[in-house]
Design a protein around this ligand. Sequence first.
Ligand SMILES: Nc1ncnc2c1ncn2[C@@H]1O[C@H](COP(=O)(O)OP(=O)(O)O)[C@@H](O)[C@H]1O
Ligand SMILES: [Mg+2]
Length: 264
Amino acid sequence: MAALLEVQNLSRHFGLGQGVVKALDDVSISLTKGEILGVVGESGSGKSTLARIVMGLDQPTSGRVIMDRQDLFDLSPRDLRKARRNFQMVFQDPYGSLDPRHRVGRIIAEPLHLDPRAPKGAARRDMVGKLLEDVGLSAADQDRHPHEFSGGQRQRIAVARALITKPRLLVADEATSALDLTVQKQILQLILDLRDEHGISVLFITHNIGVVDEICDTVAVMQNGRLVETGPARQVLDHPAQSYTRRLLAAEPRLDVIGRRSRR
Ligand SMILES: Nc1ncnc2c1ncn2[C@@H]1O[C@H](COP(=O)(O)OP(=O)(O)O)[C@@H](O)[C@H]1O
Ligand SMILES: [Mg+2]
């Protein structure tokens, strides 16, 4: 199957001369429809830099990001805005990422501002209500404010907001890392369900390799901006080829709670 996302020889350097930091150094990955790819690595390994560039929020020093056969950085600003409906992001912090002044309905509908033909009024309300139900909340929750919800519920709201444009790719950057274990498991299950129901592809970024075991089909292991190991999740976790991967595995117990019923 043709790849939905192809990252080709991506590099991102910060600073100049002696002080240059290679946040990304010649990274190539690809993602097919419905695939959940885990990107793991210790803090500072370049995961968030990769996420930002894939989202079109930062420019690479060199290399390409091909989404649906289109080179992201060749698009005009107008076409980039259009393409951006196809990919959405969920961040780590369920407190900081939702504007506390606004009601949940307005927060979830926010990405629709990119689309002049998006439904308005009652149709928009219905759309938001349906999404809230999809993520395990209720349609009436759209009239409440973020502070009325728990951390896990806020992360569900963030997922609903990411889904409103019917994206084909969800980038989750440490989306469960701030949550306690029980709630983490619930959000992982939600992501699995969304993949199974909507065939959405997920770039699942985490420093915790134990979480990868639960939901990822494939894994890319990063160290100092470089991809050091990649392959099917089962293979990388059970037979890591690199000592770095073995160190990550030794540092994090696997969750092993959801089971593997959704793994293809
Ligand atoms: N805007 C920036 N300016 C300078 N250095 C940066 C910037 N963003 C990231 N870096 C550096 O790039 C490296 C990778 O960072 P990051 O992608 O945030 O890693 P991770 O998400 O894996 O923790 C780190 O050394 C970080 O300090
Ligand atoms: Mg990060």
